[in-house]
Design a protein. Sequence first.
Length: 416
Amino acid sequence: MTDPQNPASTVPESIVTNAPVNTPTPPVPESERGQWLKANTLVVAWIVFLGFGGGLLALYYARIGYLPEIDWSASLIYLAVVTIIGGGVGGLFALSLFVPGFIWATFIVDDSELGKQFCYQREKNEPCVRAIWIQLGAPFVVVLLLSHISLIVVGIDARGSTLAGKLIYAAIASALLVRLWFFMRKRFGKLLPARDPDSPLTESAGAQPNSLSKESQESESAAQAQADEREERKRRIFKYTIWFAVSVLVSQISMFLVYLVSGKPRGPYFSYFIFLTIMCTVGVLVSNHFVAIRCIYHPVQAVIATLIVAMLLLCGADRFSSLSARIMGLYGFGPNHKVNLLLSEQGIAIATGLDLKSRCAAAKLCNVEILSKVGNEYYLALSGKTLTLPKSAVIALEASDQGPLSPAANAACPCP
């Protein structure tokens, strides 16, 4: 290759043709990430459930101070169990942390008529955090807090309440929803803008037979347009109100179930109760507002934010209550779940060697708490001691209590 300015100078052609070109890799558009999330929904759900279950087990084993030895041959069974546990816990948290915000975004914030009331600029469709908080978040949190108070007043706790107590709470929750219904219907009626007279609905209503006179045609057209506009407003206001009420209802259900499952705060009851209430309420509000703002155009960000808040609430609730221990108790092991063990000869020898005082017979250990069944050994607690016992040393187990939630269970955590 010859230089035009200096014919004598040449540049090897191989250097020109083979020179590497450093082209920057373009970032992956958010829309493609959202499409990938929709196409792999089952995989993502399984990973999320597995993460919740694994996190819950990690918190539980950290609480009891034990790490089991897992046999790889049974790993698939443990993965299935962890997924089931994580699915239940993740579903409860999703009802409070994701579903309300998703309902707001889908049926209210992104609505073609009402959406501009929740955006900075109508052309850019950018939701406004302040508008969502004032119009949706404030009524939501007021009803949620009143529902918390009603749970305490009627005496519903982790020990289980009477049918009368549950019916009283259901009546209070229903009354709150009815009051919220009328309040939000009035609010949405003020927020919904009046329809433009030149809108397609008004224009289509003006089509009348040619036999009518011009004046009567115009009068009937205007009357029909007004009737159609009123009916359209009623339908839209009903849609906004019913979906907002549903978002509050699912939060009340989640709060009620978590309230029953969780344990009493470990420490000063009133101060820990207030702290947990504030922590969980703030977490629910932050998560749902983020979901309402981002889930339509940036679903990956909304899911990640929900998972982060859920993990923080899970760790915080377990730090100040017995959430993980009580959930493990639902599956037959953990504190306050007493069993009697029928021992083999190997088990009798171990019990004799350890000088265990809880034997109600020569080959039987009574009132034993099974803290862990994972792996090839039982991790037990009895008479103020903890010990491991090979599963081969146990012939049979007999439950000595009436269920996974023992009568000694305490009042519940106030997390929504």
